[in-house]
Design a protein around this ligand. Structure first.
Ligand code: 13P
Length: 251
């Protein structure tokens, strides 16, 4: 059965006390959200232990925004998958376009990261999405299908039970420009077809595919009404508990 998820990617925002306050505010309202919608928050690494504590007893799951492509050792500044688990995470986001764009994250590195995340019991939210030039050149289907295959075709149907995909068109992130429900739906359907080709129709049907990019309370309902959109990966609007919860109430 496909799961619905609304996940908040806080990116590099909030201090630890601010993050704890935000987490508490989300946890306090999480009970309003239907049981079939999972809530996830992804604060910066420095916040994870404190936010885990703030979320205790709530239905909100904790995610990291990235993890290392090595298991442990001399990798200064990196955070390993098992550290995330020990801090209370059950998810990690991987392959966000900001990491691909600014930090040289390649599909090859992502394969290693996904392997380590899964091996340590983390669920993965893998991000894919085309940039503006690629969309204007009409390459968006090829780019997204290519990114999806380059990473996920290294995994098994069993692994797919712990992998969520987030389609985030780069031109819609933080720009206030949302993909229309039709634009998002056709890419989601394309991703599901890419999954079906490799893993079969059932795995494709069961995989959660989120939309991300200027998703907010005013447009979430129309996006989530699409047959292949199973929730959202929310940036800016996840920094306000009321907006985040309102999005989760949009199914
Ligand atoms: P915005 O919702 O701020 O556009 O960010 C989307 C995003 O990148 C979530 O990962």
């Amino acid at each position: 059965m496909r799961k619905y998820i609304v996940a908040g990617n806080w990116k590099m925002n909030t201090t630890v006390p601010e993050g704890v306050e935000l987490a508490k505010a989300v946890a306090a309202k999480a009970g309003e959200v239907p049981a079939n919608v999972e809530l996830v928050v992804a604060p910066p690494f420095t916040h994870l232990v404190s936010v885990a504590e703030a979320l205790k007893g709530s239905k909100v799951a904790l995610s990291a925004q990235n993890c290392a492509d090595h298991e442990k050792g001399a990798y200064t500044g990196e955070i390993a998958a098992n550290m995330l688990v020990s801090a209370g995470c059950s998810y990690t986001i991987l392959g966000h376009s900001e990491r691909r764009q600014y930090y040289g994250e390649t599909d090859e590195k992502l394969v290693e990261k996904v392997k380590l995340a899964l091996a340590n019991g983390l669920k993965v939210i893998l991000c894919v999405g085309e940039n503006l030039d690629e969309r204007e050149a009409g390459k968006h289907f090829d780019v997204v299908a290519g990114q999806t295959k380059a990473v996920l075709y290294n995994f098994t149907a069993e692994d797919m039970k712990n992998i969520v995909i987030a389609y985030e068109p780069v031109w819609a992130i933080g720009t206030g420009k949302t993909a229309s429900a039709e634009q998002a739906e056709e890419i989601h359907a394309c991703i599901r077809k890419v999954l079906a080709d490799k893993f079969g129709a059932q795995v494709a049907e069961d995989t959660t595919i989120l939309y991300g990019g200027s998703c907010k309370p005013s447009n979430a309902k129309e996006l989530f009404a699409q047959p292949d959109i199973d929730g959202g990966l929310i940036g800016g609007a996840a920094l306000k508990a009321d907006d985040f919860i309102a999005i989760a109430l949009s199914f």
